[in-house]
Design a protein around this ligand. Structure first.
Ligand SMILES: *[C@@H]1O[C@H](CO)[C@@H](O)[C@H](O)[C@H]1NC(C)=O
Ligand SMILES: *[C@@H]1O[C@H](CO)[C@@H](O)[C@H](O)[C@H]1NC(C)=O
Ligand SMILES: *[C@@H]1O[C@H](CO)[C@@H](O)[C@H](O)[C@H]1NC(C)=O
Length: 242
C-alpha cells in the first residue's frame, strides 16, 4: 500500500508541478523558470518574450571560447562565419528555449542534471546548417565527448585528424543527430508543418505549439488527470485507514 501511495504522489507531483510546455532544463546556465528577457543579444533576440537564458548568456553565446563552455569552434582552423552562425543559433536555441519539455531527460554528466534527446528539427534548419558548413573541417563526429581539454579549451584528440566536413558528416541527418550525441533528430517536416522545432524564427515562438503537439500525442500522456489522481489518492488513504 505504501508503494502505491508513493507512486501516486510521484505521478501527481509530475502532473501538478511541471508545466512541460513552459519550463527550463536543469543545466549549467539555464534560469530556473522562463520569463521575459528584453535585452537578449543579436541572434538570441527571438526569445526575448520568454526565455530560459539571461542577457549575459545570450551575449556570451556569440563569442569564440566563451565562458559558457570554453568551447573552441576553430579546432581545425577558423570556422567560416556562415557555418559559425548556425552554431550560435544552436546555442541560443539550447540555452533560451522554454519549450523543450517533452525532450528533457536526466543526464549523467558532471556539468548538468538534464539534457535534451531526440528534439525533432525542421528539415530546412538542419539542411542549411550542414550546407553552410560544407566547406569547413573538423576532427570529430560527436562534439560532446572525447576532446583533449588539457589546455582549458577543446583540442582535437591525439590520433584524430582534421577532415572535410562532408567526410565526417556525409549528410545533414548525420550531422544534426551525431554532433550533439542525439540531442536532435533529423526530420523531413518543414517549418510550416507544426511537427518540428525551429532553430531560426522571427515573431512569436512557433515551437510551443510543436511541443504541445508532441505532448498530446506521447504515449501515456494525460492518462492521469490531476482530479483522477486526487481521487485515487483519497481511495488509497481511505484503504490505509481501514
Ligand atoms: C557574463 O558573466 C560572466 C560571469 O559573471 C562574466 O565573466 C562575463 O564577462 C559576462 N559577460 C558579458 C558579455 O557581460
Ligand atoms: C564551398 O566551396 C564551393 C567551391 O569552392 C563554393 O562554390 C561554395 O559557395 C562554398 N560554400 C560555402 C557555404 O562556403
Ligand atoms: C492538444 O490537446 C488540447 C486538448 O485536447 C487541444 O486543445 C490542443 O489544440 C492540442 N494541441 C495540438 C497542437 O495538437
Amino acid at each position: 500500500m505504501k508503494v502505491v501511495l508513493a507512486l501516486l504522489l510521484t505521478l501527481s507531483s509530475d502532473v501538478l508541478s511541471l508545466d512541460k510546455l513552459n519550463m527550463c532544463m536543469d543545466a549549467k546556465h539555464h534560469k530556473v523558470e522562463p520569463g521575459p528577457e528584453g535585452q537578449l543579444y543579436s541572434q538570441c533576440s527571438p526569445w526575448r518574450e520568454n526565455a530560459c537564458c539571461t542577457a549575459n548568456t545570450s551575449e556570451e553565446a556569440h563569442n569564440d571560447n566563451s565562458y559558457l563552455y570554453k568551447f573552441n569552434w576553430n579546432h581545425c582552423g577558423a570556422m567560416s562565419d556562415a557555418c559559425k552562425k548556425h552554431f550560435i543559433q544552436d546555442t541560443c536555441f539550447y540555452e533560451c528555449s522554454p519549450h523543450l519539455g517533452p525532450w528533457i531527460q536526466e543526464a549523467d554528466q558532471s556539468w548538468r542534471k538534464e539534457r535534451i534527446i531526440d528534439v525533432p528539427l525542421c528539415k530546412e534548419d538542419c539542411e542549411s546548417w550542414w550546407s553552410d558548413c560544407k566547406n569547413d573541417t573538423t576532427c570529430k563526429t560527436d562534439w560532446h565527448k572525447g576532446w583533449d581539454w588539457s589546455s582549458g579549451t577543446n583540442k582535437c584528440p591525439e590520433g584524430s585528424k582534421c577532415s572535410k566536413w562532408t567526410d565526417v558528416f556525409p549528410t545533414p541527418k548525420s550531422m544534426c543527430e551525431q554532433i550533439w550525441s542525439q540531442s536532435y533528430v533529423y526530420t523531413t517536416y518543414t517549418k510550416s508543418s507544426g511537427r518540428c522545432m525551429q532553430l531560426w524564427f522571427t515573431g512569436a515562438n512557433p515551437n510551443r505549439k510543436v511541443a504541445e503537439y508532441y505532448l498530446n500525442n506521447s504515449k501515456g500522456s494525460q492518462s492521469f488527470s490531476p482530479t483522477m489522481l486526487l481521487f485515487l489518492t483519497v481511495m488509497v488513504l481511505t484503504g490505509i485507514n481501514n
